[in-house]
Design a protein around this ligand. Structure first.
Ligand SMILES: Cc1cc2nc3c(=O)[nH]c(=O)nc-3n(C[C@H](O)[C@H](O)[C@H](O)COP(=O)(O)OP(=O)(O)OC[C@H]3O[C@@H](n4cnc5c(N)ncnc54)[C@H](O)[C@@H]3O)c2cc1C
Length: 241
């Protein structure tokens, strides 16, 4: 499941912890040594030798800093324990330990097929890194980024993505809100259903998926029925379901 070649833990200084939206935090880390990873890979935050928690890396390797988006929904202890650990180390001026550059769902740089990036919630972190890498490589194929959230206040990078789409004609951004408020003007429903509605066939596409495991599983089946090839669908969640 994971790429163990890169799995020794590295000390990372906590540079900042900021709220992105209610229940979602942006964490910026600076590794104490040079790290190499591919867009779309994740790190494991080491809480103890037995307790390591995966978070997608929202940044790309050229940035030198690691950006994470950590969702802590009410009642969730899995990610809130990780965030609490990061905040404690930050306050104490101590580093956190992380295994960096894990996973098999990274961007296939060599592919020239059109790309669909589909995120549910904080799965956005993963697709954001891939979108940045495609942009940095001046990739010319069409890129469609679908971001599904329950409520529109979770679209924490909405202005950046809208601006990006307005500046790159091959880049299309489609936010999809599951339970929209009265003022929401965009698409609604489940994000994978928006993808299914927009593409008669998914046969030609490389499809990158991150978000709740249930979403990844439903999407894999539905996309396959709509022509997607399993070898062209990428998600680290597939290793868990
Ligand atoms: C390798 C790896 C990396 C991870 N990285 C991160 C990370 O960077 N940050 C983090 O916080 N957690 C991470 N996790 C944990 C986990 O994947 C996330 O907690 C999860 O994706 C968070 O979803 P959410 O609560 O934001 O989405 P939700 O708010 O639950 O859902 C968002 C949207 O997803 C779709 N969706 C949700 N459920 C379904 C369903 N049952 N059927 C169809 N569509 C559905 C809908 O469109 C919905 O609006 C990671 C886990 C792994 C294994």
């Amino acid at each position: 499941m994971t790429n163990t070649a890169n799995s020794s833990a590295i000390a990372c200084q906590v540079i900042s912890v900021d709220a992105l939206s209610p229940g979602i935090s942006k964490v910026v880390l600076r590794p104490d040594q040079t790290t190499d990873y591919s867009a779309g890979q994740y790190l494991q935050l080491v809480l103890s030798a037995e307790d390591k928690r995966p978070f997608s890396i929202a940044s790309i390797a050229s940035s030198k800093l690691l950006e994470l988006h950590i969702g802590t929904p009410a009642g969730d202890s899995w990610s809130s324990a990780a965030l609490t650990h990061i905040e404690q180390q930050f306050r104490a001026g101590m580093p956190v330990m992380a295994e960096i550059g894990l996973g098999q769902a990274q961007l296939r740089q060599e592919s020239t097929r059109p790309v669909i990036l589909m995120a549910g919630g904080t799965g956005f972190s993963y697709v954001y890194a891939i979108a940045q890498a495609l942009s940095a490589a001046n990739a010319s194929q069409p890129v469609f980024l679908y971001w599904g959230v329950r409520h529109e206040d979770a679209l924490y990078y909405l202005p950046q993505l809208q601006q990006w789409a307005s500046q790159h004609k091959q880049f299309r951004f489609v936010p999809v809100v599951q339970q929209p408020g009265a003022n929401w003007q965009g698409r609604n429903g489940l994000v994978h259903e928006a993808v299914l509605a927009d593409f008669v066939s998914l046969e030609a596409y490389d499809i990158y998926i991150a978000g709740p495991f249930a979403m990844a599983g439903v999407a894999r089946e539905a996309f396959t029925e709509q022509g997607a090839h399993r070898e062209h669908m990428f998600a680290d969640a597939f290793a868990y379901i």
